[in-house]
Ligand binder design. Sequence first.
Ligand SMILES: CC(C)(COP(=O)(O)OP(=O)(O)OC[C@H]1O[C@@H](n2cnc3c(N)ncnc32)[C@H](O)[C@@H]1OP(=O)(O)O)[C@@H](O)C(=O)NCCC(=O)NCCS
Length: 240
Amino acid sequence: MIYITTLILISSIVTKDDNKGITKMEVENFKIYGKSSIGKNAIIGERVMIGYPAADILKIAASSGKSLDDMEFKGAVIGDNAVIRSNSTIYADVQIGNNLRTGHNILIREKTKIGNDVLIGTNTIIDGHTTIGNNVSIQGNVYIPLNVTIEDKVFIGPCAVLTNDKYPVRKKTDLPGPILRRGASIGANATLLPEVEIGEGAMVAAGALVSKDVPPWKLAVGFPAKIIELPEELKILNNI
Ligand SMILES: CC(C)(COP(=O)(O)OP(=O)(O)OC[C@H]1O[C@@H](n2cnc3c(N)ncnc32)[C@H](O)[C@@H]1OP(=O)(O)O)[C@@H](O)C(=O)NCCC(=O)NCCS
């Protein structure tokens, strides 16, 4: 059941400067920062923050004593028909297409680009500098670090963890994240080590630890994952 009093339906495009169509109560329910815009027919839950600035802008605000509301900076741009559930935060310098749907309490950090028809489950963290294609389904509690590429029609199961730092706080690296090619599927609780490439249509089993590239249309199973044949009937593109 949806408690409509906790959701705001916005039928026209909204930016920070033209909140005229929204009542005071509604504006207080969520916050838009910087030059952000949300397309038509958005449904936005309580305590959602859109266009929240990264550390550089926060430092300028703190040192100048200015309110973030009085500062000009690049916001988040979100397309039409977005459903963004309560307590979610989308940073400034994020671009998202149409038909975004999120669970509660998701985080999308700066310099993330997301296509159309993307689902992001509750508590998922997208830590920024990442590109996500169209028709992608990311379930709850997924961790996506900096520098990840996720192509169209990818499915990521709950609690999957992607990594980008092979020797954390011991060696300096460029933090290369995994690359998930078109139509790849990642099982629940899988861990992908930095820089691995999951090939087109490949599948990663639940709980697998993927330390090497997975060729297209193969199955990676186990800890560490071994590559085996994907059953013939699974050699079809994800229906997302
Ligand atoms: C990997 C997977 C696709 C295999 O399915 P399957 O081909 O039907 O395999 P079966 O169930 O017939 O099992 C075959 C063997 O693999 C083992 N196996 C199955 N899944 C496994 C997994 N994730 N990791 C390790 N071994 C696994 C089985 O125990 C069985 O072993 P056995 O031959 O010694 O008895 C499936 O088990 C899986 O992990 N799917 C992902 C589920 C998921 O995370 N969904 C996310 C949305 S909720």
